[in-house]
Design a protein. Structure first.
Ligand code: SAH
Length: 436
């Protein structure tokens, strides 16, 4: 015998009778209610989950008694039975059959005229994609395959782009610090659903390279000291493309809401009435120090951290070396920042680490103190993008101890070659990560 005919039922507003009040019924009833069905449960007792949804959902009703015969099924489009008593389940199924109503028998799937496949839904801005799996009547096998298929669907392997005109949308997606594997699952799903990708300079190039040719990539990358596409123009592009019915992923380095103007882009979309979703990303503020072995907090070394830009005045920041400062966009103003921090009361010996191009094959780490970091950075030619970390946690960086001065860190006498050594070690460390 072949398997059941897999069919999509529109249950909205339609009556479903569920006989039995246990956990199996509860799970199915929750699904049926989510689809908009009007469900009546026939059972002398209800399990806690059903009792709870009875008080929350107006579309659920309860007849508190045993199944009394075919009359209980009046008006039902679908019947579900899970009483725990095979005899009752058989009676319900037979009564449903006699009145030409499909019936799911949870205890003995083959005994019912309908079966519930293993299901999964992947939300995309242009509509949910659903899969249903039936696997030779083996529900566990079906559930396993369903899970694998759902992973496949969300993993960016399956093209989820809409094939006919639909309402446009924008997703502000954090791409993480530069390593493709640090993209979130939601980011890969949305990239597979996007018609247009509006990308920053700092997004992983491998991610863009992977996009099919039909996807338009708009590069609005900002170079330091040089803003090729002004923010207002980016906002305008997002809104305009979405209004043309395009699915737009605005792919941003790190996290969209950390010094990334994501809030402004969201507001622009909302003002224009364009649906917008924001997908967090792994921010460079935390992950780039981590790539060099630096935790932004560490028991005994730092209880908190502050993220600032190198363009700011840095007023009122904690001056203790046990409070970590993470400076983004801080390369150009490094000397200025260091001397201001010292002027504000940070000790000159406060450790500083600069991590350039974190999580890429070109990662390089330069270590020093507030007193000498600017000179060291100039010596090795530090360039943007880089994260500058200031505080005692920098002593946990890979290679800190090997720099000659032990706990005191690299003294002003340590030469640039020492820094280069550390860089290489850190890069190897990263490569090991990438392979693992
Ligand atoms: N929204 C981003 C930050 C944007 S500001 C985030 O959450 O990460 C841009 C700054 O981020 C750069 O100037 C640099 O300081 C830092 N940055 C981003 N990616 C980096 C990387 N891979 N390595 C080093 N610094 C990085």
């Amino acid at each position: 015998m072949s398997g059941p005919f897999l069919l999509g039922l529109s249950l909205s507003g339609r009556r479903v009778v569920a006989v039995g009040g246990g956990p199996v019924t509860a799970r199915r009833v929750a699904d049926l209610l989510a689809e908009g069905a009007a469900v009546e449960v026939v059972s002398p007792e209800l399990c806690p989950a059903l009792t709870a949804s009875l008080s929350e959902r107006t579309t659920l009703s309860w007849t508190p008694r045993r199944y009394a015969g075919a009359r209980d099924l009046d008006g039902a489009f679908l019947v579900h039975t899970a009483t725990g008593d095979p005899e009752t389940d058989r009676r319900v199924a037979a009564d449903a059959e006699a009145r030409h109503t499909f019936c799911v028998s949870a205890g003995d799937a083959a005994a019912g005229s309908a079966q519930v496949p293993a299901r999964a839904a992947v939300p995309t801005p242009a509509g949910e994609v659903r899969v249903a799996v039936h696997a030779g009547g083996d529900p566990r096998r079906a559930a396993g395959i369903r899970t694998d298929l759902a992973d496949h669907l969300t993993g960016g392997v399956v093209d989820l782009r809409a094939r006919r005109p639909h309402g446009g949308w924008v997703a502000l997606v954090g791409a993480g610090p530069g390593e493709e594997q640090l993209l979130t699952r939601r980011a890969t799903t949305l990239l597979a659903a996007a018609d247009v990708v509006v990308a920053d300079r700092l997004v992983p190039q491998a991610v863009l390279a992977r996009l099919p040719e039909t996807v338009r990539v708009v590069d609005v990358g900002k170079q330091p000291q040089h803003h090729p596409v002004p923010q207002e123009e980016i906002n305008r592009i997002l809104v305009e493309e979405a209004r043309r019915g395009q699915g737009v992923v605005r792919l941003k380095g790190g996290d969209p809401y950390v010094l990334g103007r994501g809030g402004e882009e969201r507001a622009a979309c909302e003002e224009a009435g364009v649906p917008v979703e924001v997908v967090p990303g792994i921010t460079s503020a935390v992950s780039v120090p981590a790539a060099a072995g630096i935790p932004v907090t560490h028991r005994g070394l730092a209880r908190g951290f502050t993220v600032v830009t190198g363009h700011e005045e840095l007023p009122g920041l904690p001056t203790g070396t046990d409070h970590t400062l993470v400076v983004l966009m801080g390369v150009a103003g490094l000397r200025e920042t260091a001397s201001r921090l010292v002027a504000a009361g940070r000790p000159e010996a406060c450790p500083v680490g600069i991590v350039e191009r974190g999580w890429t094959a070109e990662q390089r780490v330069t270590l020093g103190t507030l007193a000498d970091i600017a000179g060291r950075a100039e010596q090795v030619g530090v360039t943007s993008p880089a994260v500058v970390v200031v505080g005692d946690v920098v002593t946990l960086a890979h290679g800190w101890a090997e720099q000659g001065e032990g706990a005191g860190g690299p003294g002003p006498s340590a030469d640039a070659a020492a820094s280069d050594d550390v860089s290489e070690r850190s890069t190897r460390h990263l490569a090991a990560h990438a392979v693992a």
